[in-house]
Design a protein. Structure first.
Length: 397
């Protein structure tokens, strides 16, 4: 894949559809004559099962509106990444004990990714209990430095290795520290810098560290893009020439992208949005109040009555509306139409999420290339298990 060419095409596409990226659907309320109205009308003709399928697959065959079809075709082309099927080698059952399926899947693939590289030492950033390093050090003489801010997680890893794999424990140095921008770590030219889902700016710190040191290898998987600082995006010279504006809404969407959801999950999320959006519209239209977040509601709140949800998170509504009035508002034709418009627009908007993530990763890749490093981008983990599955690997040449 030509990273520079793909990045340019991706940026042009995202800038063309910036309206979809900047704000979540609810923040666009009321949706009146928006630029994607004909696409929303196309989605409105679909069944709930088809809408669910469209959100999961981005399939052009599901929509009738021609410009929407063309949009989805181009989007799928831009999303496509080289994929490599890595063998998931069996983990020693004792070493794999108490490792969750997602983590197990990830570290098995990374082990295969790195097995033929002449690496003698790993710097494992955000290592937690050291599961990745433990597997990378199994049946060899390699060493690792595991750096993490959680002493509790590190203690779990130490106890596990002390009991069952003392030889591996002797080759791992656990360092409890917060990783800042200019962090220091002892390494050599045969060391690799690893960041498996290093959170927010931390992934950028790893890229910068690799550039300004003599590590031979970098392997990075990003995550938590909503935590990125303003100066942690548009890093490369290519990006700086025409930087893409990335709002918190856009970054939050990228953080949640690419994981297929079941019909059950889709239906529950729809009910959550029915309650959340209806409360917002009630406040805005009836009381002329701006919406304020209600925080993390309990799943059970959405199984009950809308009026109880309103009273729990906005108790002041009791002085304005009876329970019956609130229930009637929820099911009113006007409110249901507004909900459908917001939800259908949200499906269109969700298509952009993976592209925003890819823009962020390709920008980092270009920065590495601009400093003379060999870079490889692949889609590795199964998206059903671990959707943050874009592997950024760099080699010093």
């Amino acid at each position: 894949m030509d990273i520079s060419k793909r990045f340019t095409e991706l940026r042009q596409f995202l800038q063309k559809h910036q309206y979809l990226c900047d704000l979540e659907a609810l923040s666009r309320y009321p949706l009146e004559n928006h630029p994607y109205l004909s696409w929303s009308e196309s989605i409105a003709k679909l069944s709930e099962e088809q809408k669910h399928q469209l959100e999961n697959t981005y399939s052009p065959e599901l929509v009738q509106e021609q410009s929407y079809k063309e949009f989805l075709i181009e989007l799928n082309q831009l999303m496509h990444l080289p994929q490599e099927k890595f063998d998931e080698q069996t983990i020693d059952p004792i070493l794999g004990r108490k490792i969750k399926a997602k983590k197990r899947h990830e570290i098995q693939i990374i082990r295969t990714q790195l097995h033929d590289k002449p690496i003698k030492h790993f710097i494992d950033i955000g290592s937690g209990a050291g599961h990745l390093s433990s597997l990378l050090l199994l049946n060899n003489k390699k060493c690792s430095t595991c750096i993490d801010m959680s002493a509790e997680n590190q203690l779990i890893g130490k106890k596990k290795l002390k009991n069952d794999f003392p030889d591996i424990l002797n080759r791992i140095e656990f360092k409890n520290q917060v990783i800042e921008k200019d962090f220091e770590c002892d390494h050599s030219s045969d060391s690799a810098l690893l960041g498996l889902h290093a959170c927010g700016d931390l992934s950028v710190h790893l890229v910068q560290k690799f550039i300004h040191s003599d590590f031979s290898w970098l392997l990075s998987y990003g995550c938590c893009y909503h935590k990125l600082s303003a100066d942690a995006v548009n890093l490369s010279q290519a990006a700086k020439k025409s930087p893409l504006k990335l709002t918190n809404h856009a970054l939050t969407m990228a953080t949640k992208s690419y994981k297929p959801i079941s019909q059950k999950e889709y239906n529950f999320r729809k009910r959550v949005k029915h309650f959340r959006y209806s409360l917002h519209m009630l406040l805005k239209d009836q009381l002329q109040e701006e919406f304020t977040a209600v925080g993390s509601a309990d799943a059970s709140d959405y199984q009950g009555e809308f009026s109880n949800y309103c009273y729990k998170y906005k108790p002041e509504l009791k002085q304005f509306f009876t329970q019956k009035q609130l229930e009637n508002f929820l099911i009113s034709k006007e409110n249901q139409n507004s909900l459908s418009q917001l939800l259908d627009f949200g499906i269109i908007r969700s298509h952009m999420a993976r592209l925003i993530e890819l823009y962020i990763i390709l920008d980092r890749a270009l920065l590495l290339q601009e400093h003379g490093h060999k870079v490889d981008i692949k889609e590795t983990f199964s998206k059903d298990i671990s959707p943050r599955n874009i592997s950024l690997m760099a080699e010093r040449i």
